[in-house]
Design a binder for this molecule. Structure first.
Ligand SMILES: Nc1ncnc2c1ncn2[C@@H]1O[C@H](COP(=O)(O)OP(=O)(O)OP(=O)(O)O)[C@@H](O)[C@H]1O
Length: 258
């Protein structure tokens, strides 16, 4: 098991977001977390990354509770893409991606040529290598997002946790970035857990889905078991229709209620 939760409960104030979540994510799986705004997706993601405490139960990484992982070792196991970021300093794109190599340096301060090669390869994969010398503060939202994902790839961890990776990306990059993540799982045995609101995209790239209702309830399973019209309509609070288009499933919000 790459990552799992055991009787995990998360709450904010008086509100219970997730109750008794027992969820197992195996190596090579690609999970989408789906739910309405405020359902607790980001809160769960931060708990998985070890950036937030939990109200009950625990998160285990490779079978060992998160709390028992030394931070430096954790940084070599999982990379986390936050939903938003702000850049206070004038770092260049390449410096931003190189800093993701830090967990491999131990006490050594300077990065080496391997780090540069890996950083450049990650930038190329995200089609932002031509921006390597740019100040990150001058990038567009979508360019900055792709640099952040490149930094994640450069961290080269077995587990990737991504809070809305498709955020701010144009249509072509949404598809290409999500396909790259799916391929990393399929071909390199990486494990990805990502949050997304585009059901068609999520179904296209994921192997599994975790649905959060926002009141504690959840449902986890293979994408075809849980991404069904009746279940999604219930969890998202809006009628959803699934249309088969060749091998693809297209998810559309039904507008009869308007
Ligand atoms: N620090 C906080 N103080 C008060 N309420 C909070 C805090 N952090 C989160 N919340 C609330 O907890 C709930 C869950 O937030 P979370 O960010 O996990 O939702 P989400 O499912 O990721 O939503 P979205 O789809 O909008 O990104 C929301 O109602 C949010 O307003």
């Amino acid at each position: 098991m790459m990552i799992g939760t055991h009787n995990l409960s998360l709450s904010i104030g008086q509100r219970q977001l997730v109750t008794d979540l027992n969820w197992q994510v195996a190596e090579g799986e690609c999970w989408s977390i789906i739910g309405r705004n405020g359902a607790g997706k980001s809160t769960l993601m931060r708990a998985l990354a070890g950036l937030r405490g939990v109200e009950a139960g625990h998160v285990a990484l490779s079978g060992k509770p998160l709390a028992e992982w030394p931070l430096a070792e954790l940084a070599r196991q999982r990379a986390f893409l936050a939903q938003s970021r702000s850049d206070a300093f004038a770092y260049s794109v390449i410096e931003t991606v190189l800093s993701a190599r830090h967990p491999y340096h131990g006490n050594r301060y300077w990065e080496d040529s391997d780090d540069h090669a890996i950083a450049l390869k990650s930038l190329e994969a995200m089609e932002v290598a031509d921006l390597a010398g740019r100040d990150v503060r001058t990038l567009s939202g979508g360019e900055r997002q792709r640099v952040a994902i490149a930094a994640m790839l450069a961290q080269d961890t077995p587990l990737l946790l991504l809070d809305e990776p498709a955020n701010a990306l144009d249509l072509a990059h949404q598809v290409s970035v999500m396909n790259i993540l799916a391929r990393l799982c399929r071909e390199q045995g990486k494990t990805a857990v990502m949050i997304g609101h585009d059901l068609t995209l999520a179904h296209g790239v994921s192997t599994h889905a975790l649905l959060l209702k926002g009141d504690g309830r959840w449902l986890a399973g293979s994408k075809d078991d849980v991404m069904r019209e009746d279940i999604l309509s219930d969890y998202l609070g809006h009628p959803i229709e699934v249309i088969q288009h060749g091998a693809r499933s297209i998810f559309i919000p039904n507008e009869n209620t308007l």
